[in-house]
Design a binder for this molecule. Structure first.
Ligand code: ATP
Length: 301
């Protein structure tokens, strides 16, 4: 099921093109939007919410046009903004109840719902204290709670782990996974830290300079690569020659040989060649691609 779709989406500012002909589709589940600072992530979220008009192209959220139906979209989508935006004199309870009321919930339902979401995000007694005295982690939790309070079908989380220590980061990522898996709410979460999204996302979109670099299920980002790294104590050249004679493709890389895995038999050929030449095998390891590698691949645009 398509949750979000953009077509040739472009947003120009006087000095920079923040989004450049971005065409991408997002399905249900947890989707990560990855890009360095300034890649265009927040601009995309603001367009999806109907808060910023595109310069060209279109964006649809849950089947609605972001330019023409912003108010309807915001009614059924939750948004956690990147920057600190909490009134310091209000408590988390007062603020979350207010946001629930703004979304149209009656007073009693708003109170009950606010208490529920604040508990879900891990705020207990402290929810009655003024937010000005909260830690960054507590503020991030309140921002998440207000995004969930009206029971949205989709939440857009802009850099939710920003400013958190490793433990806070971990807890926030666990919460995000829970929103997707247990509450059945679709999530679009942005981050400039690629590694952390591997843990929580079903699908990852990578943008750079406002352009799409890649959009794939998480499994394809972390799948095994077609190369095996081989290290022998000595006799590296002899092994490379023998493997080439046997039809394998070999590249020397420092002390290692990188052997292309053309078929499962490549591993047998390797083992036999090492035995035949009586070499001491130090390491034989199949590479695993990580999200980080996307930024090292040539860009196809
Ligand atoms: N209102 C604006 N006026 C002018 N330029 C802007 C405006 N908003 C964003 N930009 C520029 O557009 C580019 C993309 O910004 P955007 O905030 O979308 O990036 P981002 O990926 O969210 O990065 P960050 O995490 O640092 O916010 C940046 O070069 C930014 O300076």
């Amino acid at each position: 099921m398509t949750i979000l779709a953009t077509e040739g989406l472009t947003r120009r500012f006087p000095r920079v093109t923040a989004l450049d002909r971005l065409t991408v589709t997002v399905g249900s589940g947890v989707t990560g939007l990855v890009g360095a600072n300034g890649a265009g992530k927040s601009t995309l979220i603001k367009i999806l919410l109907g808060l910023l008009p595109p310069s060209a192209g279109s964006a649809h959220v849950l089947g609605m046009d972001a330019t023409a139906q912003g108010a309807e979209i915001r009614r059924i989508v939750g948004y956690m903004p990147e920057h600190d935006c909490l009134p310091p004199d209000l408590s988390a309870t007062e603020f979350t109840v207010h946001m629930a009321r703004m979304s149209g919930l009656p007073r009693t339902a708003a109170r009950e719902r606010a208490a529920d979401v604040l508990r879900h995000v891990g705020l207990y007694e402290e929810r009655y204290r003024a937010m000005g005295g909260y830690s960054t982690g507590m503020k991030q939790r309140v921002k998440l709670a207000q995004a969930l309070v009206h029971d949205p079908r989709l939440v857009l989380l802009d850099e939710p782990t920003n400013g958190l220590d490793p433990q806070g980061r971990d807890e926030m990522l666990t919460l995000i996974r829970k929103i997707g898996a247990e509450f059945g709410i679709s999530v679009l979460v942005t981050s400039h830290l690629l590694g952390e999204l591997e843990r929580v996302c079903d699908h990852v979109i990578v943008i750079d300079g406002g352009r799409l670099l890649r959009s794939s299920p998480i499994g394809e980002f972390t799948q095994t690569t077609q190369t095996v790294t081989v290290e022998v104590e000595e006799g590296q050249d002899a092994l490379a020659t023998r493997l080439t004679e046997l039809g394998e493709t070999v590249t020397a890389h420092g002390r290692m040989l990188l052997v292309h895995v053309r078929a499962p038999e490549t591993f047998d050929t390797l083992r036999d060649a090492v035995c035949e030449l009586d070499l001491c095998l130090v390491r034989m390891e199949q590479g695993r691609q990580r999200i980080e590698d996307v930024f090292r691949e040539p860009v196809n645009v």
